[in-house]
Write a protein that binds this ligand. Structure first.
Ligand code: FES
Length: 204
């Protein structure tokens, strides 16, 4: 998104430069020598050119540095995060934990939620455990798992509701699903968070 806005900015500046050049080229003040050293239009154009060049250079540098930073951070080797033991987690209950990176794989203490689905839910979902970012995709409040009859992931800020089986929004302002955490369950029941779905498994 940042790349797109930078490209749009650079494109707009280039277009503005062309328009300004054409305007100066085809409009000559009465009595003034077009393009002469004392021509205020020429001076304005030169000033604009210097400024536009500076912005273009900074824009390119910004895009490059951001891309480099992202490619570096994507290579972070995420150690598996112990979350809970399956034997201690009742069906229809949840536990909170922290991921050391956010869904873009940038370093951050990112709150998450692990849910052990009820047997009926697990049958529908085809899996027993699910884990998501606990940051609401509307404005970033922390969501909570309501262990009521109609179990749901609820955001207290604006009453957004997400489906615990998929993380998809089902009512309220949120429009995007909660980013999903990739899990691994060991033979002894230990549950580890090993990355973000869509980012590939980062742990060993
Ligand atoms: S921040 Fe969650 S619904 Fe608005």
């Amino acid at each position: 998104m940042a790349d797109l806005s930078a490209l749009l900015l650079l494109g707009a500046l280039s277009l503005l430069g062309v328009i300004l050049y054409l305007a100066i080229h085809y409009s000559v003040r009465p009595g003034a020598k077009p393009g002469g050293i004392d021509d205020p239009l020429r001076r304005a154009f030169l000033r604009y050119s210097v400024l536009a060049s500076l912005v273009l250079v900074l824009g390119h540098a910004w895009v490059g540095v951001e891309e480099m930073f992202r490619s570096l951070t994507r290579q972070i080797k995420l150690e598996p995060v112990y979350v809970a033991n399956l034997r201690e987690l009742e069906p229809g209950s949840a536990v909170s934990f922290m991921m050391p990176v956010d869904p873009d794989m940038l370093p951050a203490d990112h709150p998450c939620i692990l849910i052990r689905l009820t047997p009926e839910e697990a049958q529908r979902a085809g899996r027993e455990l699910v884990a998501y970012s606990a940051r609401c995709t509307h404005l970033g409040c922390i969501v909570e798992y309501l262990e009521t009859d109609g179990r749901e992931i609820y955001c207290p800020c604006h009453a957004g509701i997400f489906d615990p089986l998929t993380g998809n929004p089902i009512s309220g302002p949120p429009k995007r699903p909660l980013p999903e955490v990739q899990l691994r369950v060991e033979e002894d029941g230990s549950i580890y968070a090993v990355g973000w779905v869509g980012q590939g498994e980062q742990g060993e």
